[in-house]
Design a protein around this ligand. Structure first.
Ligand SMILES: Cc1cc2nc3c(=O)[nH]c(=O)nc-3n(C[C@H](O)[C@H](O)[C@H](O)COP(=O)(O)OP(=O)(O)OC[C@H]3O[C@@H](n4cnc5c(N)ncnc54)[C@H](O)[C@@H]3O)c2cc1C
Ligand code: FES
Length: 246
């Protein structure tokens, strides 16, 4: 169930050279799971821009976004007090209804944000949470300390070795000897594919496909799964490992 609403920007701050965090005040009752996303209407843009919910409470949504084009650049210029038209409650989100006792969360670049709300929920359920964060270089790292402050055990990997383990998230998982029985992941497609091949444990992956409508009407985000076609915006963006076809 999704809903359209008007949200007031409380904060919009830069975390790295290209990544920003925006806090919005408004109705959050339609957000039901970590890993869901909002779809943002922007001036002069026909299509809304989908951004994962990083975290939320009774009256506030936190988003983290990377400036990659005109839409996200427009977002970075918005100041506190400005209002945005959002669809909230979109997508299935991660499901924590499973037997996992030691979950591993794997995020790459702007795939990291939705794992924050998930980590908070898993910790509240009494589970120890391992987190592996992958970035290209040290200057691009964000939320390492925020995950630690929640109580997660955090390992960072950078492709150029400027911080943490040199290599990809899969290098870090193999090298750090992490003990986990289930995983949740979000990141670029090559990262998800490498993780799928490298990890034998079961898990869930969130796919950040290009989207049209964002709420299931245009079929523009349809992908094949072992259980038939699914719309990433509606039956996703989170798929179970066992249903994914590469
Ligand atoms: C379910 C979902 C959740 C997302 N969550 C986040 C998030 O939490 N934080 C975040 O920064 N981004 C997220 N994205 C990606 C975000 O929607 C795009 O980066 C954004 O729409 C780009 O808008 P733009 O107008 O700035 O760029 P555009 O002008 O639309 O595109 C600029 C460049 O970005 C590329 N691009 C655009 N959309 C995507 C995409 N979905 N995946 C990969 N490349 C893309 C284009 O190919 C182009 O090269 C998410 C996408 C989806 C589908
Ligand atoms: S984006 Fe329109 S159906 Fe998914």
């Amino acid at each position: 169930m999704y809903k359209k609403g008007i949200y007031r920007i409380e904060r919009n701050e830069r975390l790295t050279e290209t990544v920003w965090r925006m806090t919005l005040a408004g109705d959050t009752q339609w957000i039901t799971a970590p890993g869901q996303f909002v779809n943002i209407a922007l001036t002069g843009k026909y299509l809304r821009r989908p951004i994962s919910v990083c975290d939320w409470d009774e009256g506030r949504i936190t988003l983290i976004y990377k400036v990659v084009g005109e839409g996200t650049e427009q977002m970075s210029r918005l100041t506190p007090g400005a209002e945005l038209d959002l669809l909230t409650g979109l997508g299935n989100g991660f499901s924590t209804k499973n037997d996992a006792r030691r979950p591993l969360l794997v995020g790459g670049g702007v795939g990291v944000p939705p794992l924050y709300g998930l980590a908070r929920q898993l910790l509240a359920a009494g589970k120890p949470v391992e987190v592996v964060l992958g970035f290209n270089t040290a200057a691009e790292i964000f939320y390492e300390e925020e995950f630690r402050a929640l109580g997660c055990n955090v390992t960072v990997a950078t492709a150029d070795g400027s911080r943490g383990i040199e290599g990809f998230v899969t290098t870090a998982i193999a090298g750090a000897g992490l003990d986990f029985d289930y995983f949740y992941a979000c990141g670029p497609l090559p990262m998800l594919h490498a993780l799928y091949n490298a990890v034998e444990q079961d898990g869930q992956m969130s796919f950040e496909e290009r989207m049209g409508c964002g709420f299931g009407a245009c079929m523009g985000c349809t992908c094949k799964t072992k259980y038939g076609n699914k719309r990433i915006c509606r039956e996703g963006p989170v798929l179970q490992k066992g249903e994914i076809i590469w």
